[in-house]
Design a protein around this ligand. Structure first.
Ligand SMILES: *Cc1c(COP(=O)(O)O)cnc(C)c1O
Length: 390
């Protein structure tokens, strides 16, 4: 633990020096099974040869120029993401929080164009949108906000999963311009709403002339078994944000939009020194290529279903397990008690997992995880949960 670091994280006492697929190796050469993937970042696992080669080649050619000039890799990535999502323009930045900042700025600018002086954005309880001032204000978790007041105003909050609660706002709030929501909540405890939730939100947004803005920072880029989680429902957002899995660990965020939302930013309204640079865009383009050529979307669906079913089988009848849920390789196991200690117990057995919302074990394995590795994961984890609850 370094005395020279600001104490922003309660870190686990381990440092990794090397990785290969779903495996990480620490300073002593000990081998760990990674079921977290850097919190939904390392979709291709660690040290994927095609990604490593693409990054090396690009670094030897060009790392950075500036958005003052055209960037061909950025243009290519924008086109690819638009093709995959059905959205029509992209803005690139360096993180999830920044991608959401762009979305929030688009919503506000769009509101002002419509003559709404004091716009509001609907956000959800238990949501997570980032750590910048605007995104922590949008976040539905007091722990994230406490001590940073005054918060950024202009957000109205309703329970996640209730389209009725969103609809009820329309009668009283005349300044609403957008709804910002995660299709499945990640930090909030892997919350999966009813299957018609996004459809209902889309209908309300259409009726009220609001923008539907999806935070797919965690759910996007194959994590749930489709390129983007909204593709499980038959809806199109107006705005979508991406980050985590997009660059496989090379920092990159994106805000995509269509229709009027895609035309809102004009020169001078937003920008980023690093955003959409040649290196990060190459990493993202390669990530998308590998995901397609290795069939990782279908694989994430199948493997996720296997992991959930196998865990359900292994934990069957065990008092203290409330629910096993998820979509693709975004999986939550809700227990009836706080279970932060499970992270330490798992680490001692060389397994990397995470606990979120106090009592939800969260798995976000690399999308390249093999069936045999998944079996190892479920066996180890079920054993740990038995031990923890027993
Ligand atoms: C992680 C996350 C963010 C924040 O991303 P950063 O890159 O840490 O800024 C925003 N929204 C969701 C849904 C996330 O999971």
């Amino acid at each position: 633990m370094s005395e020279y670091l600001m104490q922003t994280y309660a870190r686990q006492p381990v440092a990794f020096v090397r990785g290969e697929g779903v495996w990480l190796f620490d300073l002593d050469g000990e081998k760990y099974l990674d079921a977290l993937a850097g919190v939904a970042v390392n979709g291709l696992g660690h040290a994927h040869p095609r990604l490593a080669e693409a990054i090396c080649t690009q670094a030897g050619r060009l790392i950075h120029t500036s958005n003052i000039y055209r960037i061909v890799e950025q243009e290519e990535l924008a086109a690819r993401l638009c093709q995959l999502s059905g959205l029509s323009r992209a803005f690139f930045c360096n993180s999830g929080a920044e991608a959401n900042e762009a979305a929030i700025k688009i919503a506000r600018l769009h509101a002002h164009h419509k003559g709404i002086e004091n716009p509001s954005i609907v956000v959800m309880e238990k949501s997570f949108h980032g750590r910048t001032m605007a995104t922590l204000s949008a976040t539905g978790n007091r722990k994230v906000q406490a001590g940073f007041e005054p918060l950024v105003s202009g957000f109205v909050r309703v329970p996640f999963g209730s389209s009725e609660a969103v609809e009820a706002l329309a009668a009283h709030h005349k300044n609403i311009v957008a709804v910002l929501v995660e299709p499945y909540q990640g930090e909030g405890g892997v919350q999966i709403p009813q299957s018609d939730y996004l459809v209902e939100l889309r209908r309300i947004c259409d009726e009220q002339n609001w923008l539907l803005m999806l935070d797919e920072v965690q759910t996007g880029v194959g994590r749930t078994g489709t390129w983007f989680a909204f593709q499980h429902a038959n809806v199109m957002p107006d705005v979508m944000t991406l980050a985590k899995g997009l660059g496989s660990g090379v920092p990159i965020g994106a805000c995509l939009a269509k229709g009027v939302a895609a035309e809102t930013f004009t020169p001078g309204k937003h920008g980023s020194t690093f955003g959409g640079g040649p290196l990060a865009c190459t990493a993202a383009l390669t990530t998308l290529e590998v995901m397609e050529s290795e069939g990782l979307l279908n694989h994430a669906s199948t493997l996720g279903a296997f992991i959930r079913a196998d865990l359900a089988h292994r934990l069957q009848g065990l008092a203290g397990v409330i629910e096993i849920r998820g979509q693709g390789l975004m999986i939550g196991i809700e227990l009836d008690r706080p279970c932060g200690d499970l992270v330490k117990m798992a680490l001692a057995e060389k397994l990397l997992i995470n606990v979120t919302n106090d009592n939800v074990v969260r798995l976000l394995p690399p999308l390249v995880m093999k069936q045999t590795e998944a079996s190892l994961l479920t066996e180890k984890l079920a054993g740990l949960i038995h031990k923890f609850l027993g």
